[in-house]
Design a binder for this molecule. Structure first.
Ligand code: ATP
Ligand code: MG
Length: 462
C-alpha cells in the first residue's frame, strides 16, 4: 500500500521514446515518474535525486545496460532496479539479476504484471528499510554507544567484544555484581551475525535446581508430575541465536554435566524424552564467583570450565576504573533527565570528588540507582554533595582521613586541618556563607571562625 500523499519516485531509462512515454502514462497516476534516454542522463538524474525504483532497459545506445546496472549498484547497493528487456534478451536479464537487479519485465508490457512487479519491489524495499531502522534502534540501545567507558580496560573489552561477536566461540564473562556482565553479553549478541535471532537469558541462581534442567532443555508431556504439556527449553528457544547463562557458578554438578554434553555434541534430550534434539546455539556464560576457585573445591567441573572459558572477559569493578565515573554520571543524568522530564546539568565538583572517592561495592548498578534517586528528587541544576546519602557526605571523608593517618600517608596535623576545613566549609555552605550563622551552627564565636578561616585560607568564593 502506498502512503497517502507520498508518491514514490520511479526513473524510467529507455532509449525508445515510445516505451518511455507509455510507461509514464501507465505509472503516473500512482508514482512520480522521471525519464532518461541513456546512461549519461541516468547518472545526471541520480546526482540530483534519489529514486525509489529504476526501470532500466538492458539495451541502451551509449552503454550496455548491465554496465549501467553495475555502476548504479556500486553507488548504492540498496538501489532497487528492475530491468526492461525484449523477449529475446531474457538470458541477459537473468544475468542482470545476478548483478543485483530485483526482477525483469519483458516488452511488450502486460500492464497488470508490470504494476504487480513494481508494487512488490517497492514493498520489499520498504520492509528492508523498516527492518534496518528497527535494528539500528536496537543497536543504539544495546550497542557500544550505551556501554560507557573510556578507561583502557573497558576499551580493550570493547575490542574483544567486537572481535568475538563474529565468531561462535563460547564466552565467559566474569565480574562482580553490577559491573555490566549482561550488558556485554547483549552487545556480543547484537553485534553478531545471530542478531536477527533470539537472545535468550536464564538466571541459574533464580531457578531451583529441581526445575533448571527442564527450563534449559524442556520436557515432554508426562515427564514428571506437573508436566501436563510438552515444553520447549531455553536451548530450543534460542535456536540460531544466543543463550546467556547467567550465574553459571550456581549450577549443580549434574546440570553442569548436561551442559557439557550439549557443548561437546550440540545436542540434548528434553526431560523425559528419547528423541535427540540438535540446535545451533551460541553460549555466553557469566558469573560473579571465582570459578577457578570453585573448580579447586570440586564445586565446578574442570572440563566444563575449560569448555566455556574459551574467550574470558574480566569486567573490573568500578573502583578500579575510576576515570569512567564522571562519564557514567553524565550518562545516567541524561538518561534519568529524560525519564523524569528534568534538566539536571551535572554534579558539583565536591559531589564528584565524593563519588570518585567512594568504593562502589555495587559497581555501576549502584551508581545508576543513586543517580536515578537524586535526579528524581533534586530541585537544583547541579547535584550537591549534601543531596547524596551518608557514604558521600563529609563524615565518610573523615573516615578516609583517619585511615590515611593510621596508614602513615598523612600527618596528624594535616588531617586535623583537613577536618577543620571540611566542617567549616560545610557549615558555611549550609548557612549560605553568613558567618555569624555558621559560627552559631558550629558553637564557636564569630571571631574564632574568622581566625580559622584565615588560617585555612577559606574565602567566600570557595
Ligand atoms: N559500562 C556501562 N555503561 C552503562 N551502563 C552500565 C555499564 N555497566 C553496567 N551498566 C548498567 O548497570 C546495571 C547493571 O549491569 P548488568 O545487569 O549488566 O550487571 P551484571 O554484571 O550482570 O550484574 P549482576 O551480577 O548483579 O547480575 C544495568 O542497568 C546496566 O545497564
Ligand atoms: Mg547480571
Amino acid at each position: 500500500m502506498l502512503k497517502e500523499g507520498v508518491k514514490k519516485s520511479i526513473l524510467v531509462v529507455d532509449d525508445e521514446i515510445g516505451t518511455r512515454e507509455s510507461l509514464k502514462m501507465i505509472l503516473k497516476a500512482d508514482y512520480q515518474v522521471f525519464l532518461a534516454k541513456n546512461a549519461e542522463e541516468t547518472f545526471q538524474q541520480l546526482e540530483t535525486h534519489p529514486f525509489d525504483l529504476i526501470l532500466l532497459d538492458i539495451i541502451l545506445p551509449d552503454t550496455d545496460g548491465l554496465r549501467v546496472l553495475e555502476k548504479i549498484k556500486q553507488r548504492d547497493p540498496e538501489q532497487m532496479v528492475i530491468m526492461i528487456t525484449a523477449t529475446k534478451t531474457v538470458k541477459t536479464a537473468v544475468e542482470a539479476m545476478k548483478l543485483g537487479a530485483y526482477d525483469y519485465i519483458t516488452k511488450p508490457f502486460d500492464v497488470d504484471e508490470l504494476r504487480l512487479i513494481i508494487s512488490r519491489a517497492l514493498s520489499t524495499q520498504a520492509l528492508k528499510e523498516e527492518n534496518q531502522r528497527l535494528w539500528m534502534e536496537i543497536d543504539r540501545s544495546f550497542g557500544f554507544d550505551n556501554i560507557i567507558g573510556k578507561s583502557k580496560v573497558m576499551k580493550d573489552i570493547f575490542k574483544i567484544v567486537r572481535q568475538v561477536a563474529n565468531t561462535r566461540s563460547t564466552v565467559l564473562i566474569m565480574g562482580e555484581s553490577g559491573t555490566g556482565k549482561e550488558l556485554i553479553a547483549r552487545a556480543i549478541h547484537y553485534h553478531s551475525p545471530r542478531k536477527n535471532h533470539p537472545f535468550v537469558t536464564i538466571n541459574c541462581a533464580a531457578i531451583p535446581d529441581t526445575l533448571i534442567e527442564s527450563e534449559l532443555f524442556g520436557h515432554e508431556k508426562g515427564a514428571f508430575t506437573n508436566a501436563i504439556e510438552r515444553k520447549l527449553g531455553r536451548f530450543e528457544i534460542a535456536h540460531q541465536g544466543t543463550l546467556f547463562l547467567d550465574e553459571i557458578g550456581e549450577l549443580s554438578l549434574m546440570t553442569q554435566a548436561k551442559i557439557l554434553r550439549f557443548l561437546e555434541e550440540k545436542e540434548f534430550n528434553r526431560v523425559g524424552g528419547s528423541k535427540t534434539i540438535k540446535v545451533d546455539v551460541r553460549l555466553i556464560a557469566a558469573t560473579n564467583k571465582d570459578l577457578p576457585q570453585q573448580v579447586k573445591k570440586g564445586e565446578f567441573r574442570e572440563d566444563l570450565f575449560y569448555r566455556i572459558n574459551v574467550v574470558p572477559i574480566l569486567l573490573p569493578p568500578l573502583r578500579e576504573r575510576k576515570e569512567d565515573i564522571p562519564l557514567l554520571i553524565d550518562h545516567f543524568i541524561k538518561k534519568f533527565n529524560s525519564e523524569n522530564q528534568k534538566n539536571v546539568k551535572g554534579v558539583t565538583p565536591e559531589a564528584l570528588e565524593a563519588m570518585i572517592n567512594y568504593d562502589w561495592p555495587g559497581n555501576v548498578r549502584e551508581l545508576e540507582n543513586l543517580i536515578e534517586r537524586v535526579v528524581a528528587l533534586t530541585q537544583n541544576e547541579y547535584i550537591h554533595q549534601e543531596e547524596l546519602p551518608i557514604p558521600f557526605t563529609s563524615i565518610s571523608r573523615t573516615n578516609g582521613l583517619k585511615e590515611s593517618v593510621l596508614s602513615g600517608r598523612l600527618s596528624f596535623t594535616k588531617a586535623e586541618e583537613e577536618f577543620e576545613r571540611e566542617i567549616i566549609l560545610d557549615a558555611l555552605r549550609r548557612t549560605k556563607f553568613v558567618q555569624s550563622h555558621a559560627a552559631e551552627l558550629l558553637g564557636i564565636s564569630r571571631r574564632i571562625l574568622k581566625y580559622k578561616m584565615d588560617k585555612l585560607g577559606i574565602t567566600e568564593e570557595q
